[in-house]
Design a protein around this ligand. Structure first.
Ligand SMILES: Nc1ncnc2c1ncn2[C@@H]1O[C@H](COP(=O)(O)OP(=O)(O)OP(=O)(O)O)[C@@H](O)[C@H]1O
Ligand SMILES: [Mg+2]
Length: 245
């Protein structure tokens, strides 16, 4: 399984939000690090076909995702960055609504909805309005809909934003379990969230791909001269070294 991005470009007027992004994804967890406005969500919105690209290509196992259309959407799960859009729906009706958008119907739909609500531990609150959920429960509801249909490509835009450490560690563990035989892209500002679970880390700055490598290799790439003394470097230092001003 391969998701290939070639020279992917997105502009908003004068601003180049994504600038010739080229990378091939294979099964595993890819953590995306970059400052506010680096282009993380833009990249994800292009892969999920929520916005139109200005240049480049995206292929899944050699076929253009735009030509695949519904066939690609069937293997895709997307957890958007934004919360609050579906606050008036119950957890169950929200997840069912997305299931219908994904083309699931009848018994299969009910089984899928039950399955993802169970997986994300929302079964007992399935009839409660999402607007009354805590931040962590809302994130889990967003994650639940992303898991419908057992997607091969899972795009998670800041899945742990606003969560307390306990919820964060739970969701992190959960994501790492999901990763087998899947391409998982995870954007975050919480560097520790990907340090332990990402196979590869993507560094982005001003719409450009700066580097992509394992956390250990990126840490090793920081020059000796930059290293503060008597201190073990972490992925946060990678962020400071490669993405700082
Ligand atoms: N609809 C839009 N219209 C104009 N500019 C936009 C639009 N969406 C994004 N941008 C700009 O594109 C750039 C990249 O934005 P993007 O949302 O991809 O960043 P990000 O890395 O996800 O940031 P954050 O960490 O804050 O979520 C930013 O400069 C942003 O202002
Ligand atoms: Mg974003």
């Amino acid at each position: 399984m391969k998701l290939e991005l070639k020279d992917l470009t997105k502009r908003y007027g004068e601003l180049v939000a994504l600038d010739g992004f080229t990378l091939t994804f294979e099964p595993g967890i890819y953590g995306i690090l970059g400052a506010n406005g680096a282009g993380k969500s833009t990249l994800m919105n292009l892969i999920t076909d929520n916005i139109k690209r200005d240049g480049g290509s995206i292929t899944f196992d050699g076929r253009d995702i735009l030509e695949m259309g519904d066939e690609f959407r069937a293997v895709l799960g997307y957890m958007p960055q934004q919360q609050g859009i579906y606050d008036r729906m119950t957890a169950e009706s929200f997840v069912s609504y997305i299931a219908r958008l994904k083309g699931l119907r009848g018994k299969e739909m009910r089984e899928q909805v039950d399955g993802v609500l169970k997986l994300t531990n929302l079964e007992s609150v399935r009839h409660k309005a999402v607007g009354q959920f805590s931040g962590g429960m809302k994130q889990r509801a967003l994650l639940a809909q992303a898991l419908l249909g057992d997607p091969k490509v899972l795009i998670l835009d800041e899945p742990t934003a606003g969560l307390d450490p306990r919820e964060r560690v739970r969701i992190r563990g959960f994501i790492s379990e999901l990763a087998k035989d899947r391409i998982v892209l995870l954007a975050t500002h919480i560097v520790t969230d990907i340090e332990s679970i990402a196979d590869k880390v993507i560094l982005m700055k001003k719409g450009r791909l700066i580097d992509v490598d394992t956390p250990a290799n990126l840490i090793a790439a920081i020059p000796e001269s930059w290293k503060p003394v008597a201190y073990n470097l972490s992925l946060e230092d990678v962020y400071m070294y490669f993405l700082g001003d």
